[in-house]
Design a protein around this ligand. Structure first.
Ligand code: AMP
Ligand code: MG
Length: 404
């Protein structure tokens, strides 16, 4: 029997970031959730031209130095410069242009008087306040210079990175791709979701659940399959999938029954381990490499599958994606007593209380109890030595929402 930490470290240590590939920056949505493989530099100056930060009047600050509410300065307005004006314009001393936010500043102007400090005139404008040179002016290149680093390597691309990438003229981005995950449910009792199960049969809920988890974690699900309980069926399916997946996740067929197809297929073969982990749920686990794909053989009880995915598969696939392995955790106080099995690290289904500072157990903690799973908001991590989880104790908790 391995401790939880021993096994988790073992599977994470076997993972390497996937080779990067180049993606067009214009596919902004497709980039989200992927990690940059190299630093990105600006190809241009930003802003690309000196422009106005306000709606107002472009002036020479010297021409309005004496302006005040009591003694406004009247200046002729040469014309309008709207945003998008591509003309190269000149400001003559002692005159103004009316100018809009983002419009190019005319040569000779060194400040913008915001419209609120004027009478808004169109032939002549009365300016009721002085401004310093540079007021309300955004200078070319003050944000970025060509060659400036925009994002370091290893950045997880998020919506807030999109404007800088596109404005900086980046065309191609080298990113670490999303790990491709294939999912295989094992069990002669399983029927396709949507079909009515007969006596002795159950709906394959693990396949779609694991696919949903993988998708939420930012991985790419390539296949969801069901196979029967023979070693041959499992071996054939996995051998075929290994060619097009980075990770294969199976559920079921790894415990101590008489017909455990994962074990029949791979036990004793090189590169595969079937182990017992001091955890609850999720005690039997299988892990191996098959033709370049990393295989996780998870236990079949839905709660065991879910927990195993979050603590073993997700961290490993995150490393493949170039990310830090661990899902976010928070600390919370125990609001209601529960028990935990001796010598096993428990992942207890809990709900939050008191704005997330307190957790309470929900439902039965059996690995097959689906109602409690659906109602739970987090997994509370109970150390192996703890058997009585006492009110007031502080635990680390994995929230089940927002896994990306
Ligand atoms: P196993 O790990 O194969 O012994 O399965 C343990 C329990 O989980 C059994 O009650 C199975 O019927 C159930 N189970 C296994 N695979 C699935 C699945 N894909 N969907 C729903 N239940 C499953
Ligand atoms: Mg089974």
């Amino acid at each position: 029997v391995l401790t939880f930490d021993e096994y988790q470290q073992r599977v994470i240590a076997a993972a390497r970031p996937l080779p990067p590939r180049s993606v067009a920056a214009t596919d902004a949505t497709g980039l989200l959730g992927q990690v940059t493989a190299e630093p990105l530099r600006s190809r241009v100056a930003l802003p690309g031209f000196t422009n106005s930060a306000m709606d107002g009047y472009a002036v020479r600050a010297a021409d309005v130095r004496s302006a005040s509410a009591e003694g406004p300065v009247a200046l002729p307005v040469t014309g309008d410069i709207p945003a998008g004006d591509t003309r190269s314009l000149q400001l003559e001393p002692g005159t103004t242009w009316r100018i809009m936010t983002g419009a190019p500043l005319p040569d000779g102007a060194d400040a913008v008087v915001q419209v609120e400090l004027t009478d808004g005139g169109t032939d002549t404008v009365a300016i009721r306040g002085a401004v310093d040179a540079g007021c309300a002016v955004r200078h070319r290149g003050e944000d970025l210079q060509p060659g400036d680093e925009v994002l370091p390597a290893g950045t997880l691309l998020l919506p807030r990175h999109v404007p800088v990438l596109l404005s900086a003229g980046v065309q191609e981005i080298s990113v670490i791709p999303r790990p491709r995950v294939a999912i295989v449910s094992t069990g002669d009792e399983l029927v396709e979701p949507g079909r009515e199960p007969g006596h002795g049969q159950v709906v394959d809920s693990n396949g779609p659940m694991l696919a949903a988890l993988a998708t939420e974690c930012g991985f790419e699900v390539t296949q969801i399959r069901r196979v029967g309980d023979t070693g041959e069926a499992v071996r054939d399916a996995l051998t075929e999938l290994a060619g097009t997946a980075d990770v294969i996740v199976t559920s079921g067929g790894v415990s101590a029954g008489a017909f455990e197809p994962l074990k029949l297929a791979f036990e004793g073969s090189g590169g595969f381990d079937f182990v017992k982990i001091a955890m609850q749920p999720g005690k039997p686990q299988g892990f191996g490499q098959l033709n370049g794909a990393t295989v996780f053989a998870l236990p079949g009880n839905p709660v065991s599958s879910l927990v195993s995915f979050l603590v073993f598969v997700a961290p490993t696939a995150r490393v493949m994606a170039g990310r830090d392995p661990h899902l976010a955790t928070v600390e919370a106080r125990v609001g209601e007593h529960w028990t935990s099995p001796p010598g096993r690290q428990q992942f207890a289904r809990v709900v939050f209380d008191d704005d997330g500072r307190v957790v309470r157990p929900i439902g039965g903690q059996g690995s097959h109890v689906l109602g409690g799973l659906a109602g739970s908001q987090a997994l509370a991590i109970v150390p192996a030595e703890t058997t009585e989880v006492a009110v007031g104790e502080t635990l680390r908790v994995i929230p089940l929402e927002g896994l990306a």
